[in-house]
Design a protein around this ligand. Structure first.
Ligand code: NAP
Length: 530
């Protein structure tokens, strides 16, 4: 059975440039001095923030009236004043009365928002009753740095915050697993009052970006990477330019790359730019997933529609499919999963082999100067290092093109297993060092040896490389791996992993959107980001 691409609904196309949500981007201002803070506030406006959060607890010397007046009056953006005590994860460990006085003063001086911690909120709100101009909005916040409580506990927490008379509810929890974000989305969806919902830490990133889809009052974006006020905060630039934050709407379709680790992935740059260029109403996220099964069971709504799979989840992904493309089934791993809109079934594909084999064939054709219809791989001795997801894709791809396949792998049993499936020969990495039955062999590295940050490593010695006429490396960070550099120095044609990546990206884009891939743009984005 061949699985066709998903038909496109008209709601999947959006008007270019239109803002599709009212979620504000709030930039935390976390400098030591008032002057530095003002510099940051101005920068926050330049980079596209909507609100600044003045974190008084970061100031080394603070003269309440003078400094607040200066900051609130000078700010070109609406101000949220926060004076976070250490007992709620902030920097201030002084007198509590003085802290709350400063917040009251901020209201008097015209701050647009005040953040007050749930623990002191009832007393604080009582103390300002009837004394504010009515302009200020009180955010009552609760921070949990340990975990994300159950949906029921979060519901109770929201009710407690609402009962204080808060204008805006803020709940920040810690994501220990990506599925924790779903409970934050539930809070946002069901809350009757304006609510800010965030799951902090690396596994909570999607809560900060999809805040726009689920209607959070605001999300936080830092000015620069590394100066975040809470773990897992993206930069404003990433929110706006990488994730097209303003274009995310309640009906935006969610895609992403499932892996662990995933921070290095270039895929979000590529697909988000490509979605935007054709006006497709979709977002593509890095998904740091611990259990594929839990992830798919939790995010089972029709809006979570398409995924790429990478290390170490390609085999697990396959086990979670409702239907599997025969090639993916034979390989035993998927690289792409689509939720069929008609019945929500999860369909798995392996498009890795299409990308890699096409790239190697192009390299061979270019070197032979031929445009033969038959595959230039036919009859060739094709050595695949690695027997994981990419290794299987290359070995099956090579077999399909009529090559004689050899598999070498660190774990020899896996090499044997794969070699027997593709009717090839298995060997150890040590044996490969002296393997030279004929000239003109082709080598494909599919291990992660040589991948960033371990760029000085290589899976095969330079001496052994001289026996190959073409060397391909699946790694694409860095583009020129040590293996490829030494192969080039030894006179072989080299084929970059980026070519495999690009070719399979074209295919995946078409599966995700039902539209032809903007090939030039995808190439440009990849060049810019590698
Ligand atoms: P995988 O399923 O986890 O397989 C990893 C392979 O690397 C296994 O064969 C493993 O050997 C081997 N390996 C890992 N560390 C090793 C070491 N220190 N020494 C020797 N062998 C080692 O991963 P995958 O999905 O196949 O991905 C592998 C590489 O291909 C990654 O760098 C990935 O980024 C790249 N890739 C690129 C593209 C692209 O589009 N260019 C697409 C897919 C993958 P054992 O069996 O002994 O553990």
């Amino acid at each position: 059975m061949t699985l066709s691409s998903v038909p496109l609904a008209t709601s999947d196309i959006q008007i270019p440039g239109a803002r599709r949500n009212s979620t504000l981007i709030c930039v935390p201002i976390v400098a030591d001095s008032v002057d530095q803070m003002l510099g940051q506030i101005r920068k926050a406006k330049e980079v596209g923030g909507d609100v600044v959060e003045i974190r008084l607890d970061y100031l080394k010397n603070f003269s309440p009236r003078q400094d607040l007046q200066f900051l609130v009056k000078q700010s070109p953006l609406p101000t949220l004043v926060t004076y976070r005590p250490t007992w709620e994860g902030g920097q201030y460990d002084g007198d509590e009365g003085k802290r709350l006085d400063a917040l009251r003063l901020a209201i008097e001086l015209g701050a647009d928002y005040i953040d007050v911690e749930l623990q002191v909120a009832p007393e604080f709100i009582n103390s300002i009753q009837g004394k504010t101009s009515g302009k200020v909005k009180i955010i009552v916040s609760s921070h949990n740095y340990q975990n994300t409580p159950s949906a029921e506990e979060l519901g109770n927490l929201v009710a407690r915050i609402q009962a204080t008379g808060a204008d805006i509810v803020k709940i920040a929890t810690t994501a220990l697993d990506i599925t924790d974000c779903a409970r934050i989305f539930q809070v946002l969806t069901h809350s009757q009052v304006p609510t800010i919902g965030i799951a902090m830490a690396e596994r909570g990133l999607i809560s900060r970006i999809l805040s726009a889809k689920f209607g959070s009052y605001l999300t936080f974006g830092s000015l620069e990477a590394g100066v975040a006020s809470a773990p897992g905060q993206p930069t404003v630039k990433d929110l706006l330019d990488l994730y097209n934050f303003r274009q995310i709407g309640p009906d935006t379709k969610v895609h992403g790359v499932i892996g662990k680790p995933i921070g290095h992935s270039k895929s979000p740059h590529l697909y988000n730019a490509a979605f935007k260029s054709v006006g497709f109403n979709g977002i593509y996220l890095p998904l740091l997933v611990d259990s594929v099964k839990n992830f798919l069971t939790t995010y089972s709504s029709p809006d979570f529609v398409g995924y790429s799979y990478t290390i170490p989840h390609k085999e697990d992904g396959l086990r979670c499919c409702d239907e599997i493309d025969p090639i993916a089934q034979a390989i035993g791993a998927i690289s792409c999963m689509i939720r069929r809109p008609t019945d929500g079934k999860l369909m798995g594909y392996n498009v890795d082999y299409l990308g890699a084999i096409a790239a190697i064939e192009e390299g061979l054709r270019a070197s032979n100067g031929t445009t033969n219809v038959g595959s230039p791989l036919a009859g060739k001795l094709f050595v695949v290092i690695g027997a994981g997801g990419a290794g299987k894709a290359l070995a099956y791809g090579g077999k399909e093109k009529g090559a004689r396949v050899v598999v070498a792998n660190r774990t020899f049993e896996k090499a044997q297993e794969l070699a027997s499936k593709v009717g090839g020969e298995a060997m150890t990495l040590a044996e490969l060092e002296n393997f030279h039955p004929e000239d003109g062999m082709i080598l494909a590295n599919t291990t992660s040896v040589g991948m960033k940050p371990n760029i000085d490593n290589t899976p095969l010695s330079k001496k052994a490389l001289s026996r190959y006429s073409l060397v391909f490396d699946a790694i694409y960070t860095p583009k020129l791996t040590r293996l490829l550099r030494e192969a080039q120095e030894s006179g072989a044609i080299i084929v970059y992993g980026t070519e495999m990546f690009i070719n399979q990206a074209f295919v995946q884009f078409e599966r995700f959107t039902g539209l032809p891939a903007p090939k030039e743009l995808i190439r440009e984005v990849l060049v810019r980001n590698t």
